[in-house]
Design a protein around this ligand. Structure first.
Ligand code: PLP
Length: 385
């Protein structure tokens, strides 16, 4: 996908542009749906009606009931709402929390606060392919576990986690189960009905919707303690005047995502072909390449080269890729996921993430591949090709 600037964008896991119909829906709602959704007069009722429709659309993509959707300001907030609610609602004998070792910082970095509130937090390890180690997980489980948090798909490796097994074990022990489905929703089918988590977090901006809105799907009956109290919006579960235009756009994005799910095979083919060439021509090591993955994501190391230097050189040549999660870009210690996968230290600094989007074409990956030899040569200090 060439941007209007002529550049090629290959970092769709960081964020996505607004889809055309979503931008139109947002613009129209900004203009027309300014009424406060809590107001009794017509402008308020119109906003409330639009909010209800948006909620139904998000629920349809998640697979939950509309009443189970709580709009939030972000996925980070949704993750916090889930963890806080689960811990608040945990029975007295449940004092342990299990988090996968590869959770996004929106979950992982709550660890210290969770421990301060009297819980013991343990990491669930992953295999060398970045998949949750189910044997170790089963050994860690017990009736004293209040909450298990395992993401649906990793934002950097794209590796899909065995959520059905996780859900099964959580039910066996009566443990609350949260999944961060921010990267999965809209790329693969929602795990809501198959894995049956109690909480599932999503962000609009990862599926061609606007920034500034996310949602938590919280199963009926699961504990829910609001982080924000005040005007009692969202059924008292998240106070603050509803961002109706953002919710409308989020709903429109979910409608489109349902249609776009069918594109997965095409993107996986593009990704696999690109990885084949990267391995063959440049000795790339693909992380999580043998695991089930999101169809759009490739996470690989080019041994001997600096990931940040490659990102900057590609940027200069008009191609946007990343070294991993936007939250970690610029970090030098190597992504936590690679450490959890026990990847060789030497490969950590040379990692790149290419994540394709709905409008990505073969031309995009071909351009990337055609630029690489000269860039690698230059970075090696060789003569310009
Ligand atoms: N969870 C995952 C898996 C993500 O990839 C991200 C964003 O990159 C988040 C949570 C946080 O989303 P946001 O920054 O939009 O709140």
């Amino acid at each position: 996908m060439k941007l209007p600037s002529g550049r090629i964008y290959l970092d769709f896991n960081a964020t996505t542009p607004l889809a055309g119909p979503v931008a139109q829906a947002l613009e129209c709602a900004q203009r027309e749906l300014f009424g406060n959704a809590s107001s009794l007069y017509r402008e308020g009722r119109d906003s409330m009606a639009a909010l209800l429709t948006a909620r139904e659309r998000v629920a349809a993509l998640v697979g939950c009931e509309p009443g189970e959707v709580i709009f939030t300001g972000s996925a980070t907030e949704a993750d916090h709402l889930a963890v806080a609610s689960a811990l608040h609602g945990a029975g007295p004998g449940r004092k342990r929390v299990l988090l996968s070792a590869i959770e996004h910082p929106a979950v992982f970095d709550q660890w210290e606060a969770v421990e301060r509130s009297g819980f013991r937090v343990d990491e669930i390890p992953v295999t060398a392919q970045g998949v949750l180690d189910l044997v170790r997980f089963e050994a860690q489980m017990g009736e004293d576990v209040a909450l298990v948090s395992v993401m649906a798909a990793h934002n950097e490796s794209g590796v899909l986690q065995p959520l059905e097994d996780v859900g099964h074990l959580c039910r066996r022990y009566g443990t609350l189960f949260h999944t961060d489905a921010v990267q999965a929703l809209g790329k693969v089918p929602s795990p809501w009905r198959t894995a049956r988590p109690h909480y599932l977090a999503v962000a609009a901006h990862k599926l061609y919707g606007p920034k500034g809105i996310g949602a938590l799907a919280a199963r009926h009956g699961a504990p829910l303690v609001p982080l924000l109290v005040g005007g009692g919006q969202e059924g008292g579960r998240r106070s603050s005047t509803e961002a109706v235009p953002l919710a409308v756009a989020f709903g429109a994005a979910c409608d489109l995502a349902g249609e776009a799910l069918a594109q997965g095979g095409r993107l996986a083919q593009l990704r696999d072909d690109m990885e084949h060439r990267l391995r063959k021509d440049h000795g790339a090591v693909v992380h999580g390449g043998a695991a089930p993955r999101l169809p759009n994501t490739s996470f690989f190391s080019l041994p001997g080269f600096s990931g940040p230097a490659l990102v900057l050189a590609l940027d200069e040549a008009g191609v946007a890729v990343s070294t991993g999660s936007a939250c970690h870009s610029g970090g030098t210690s190597g992504p936590r996921v690679l450490k959890a996968m026990d990847v060789d230290q030497g490969l950590m600094g040379s990692v790149l993430r290419v994540s394709l989007g709905r409008e990505s074409e073969r031309q995009d990956t071909e351009t990337l591949l055609s630029l690489l030899p000269a860039i690698l040569n230059r970075l090696k200090g060789g003569p310009e090709a």
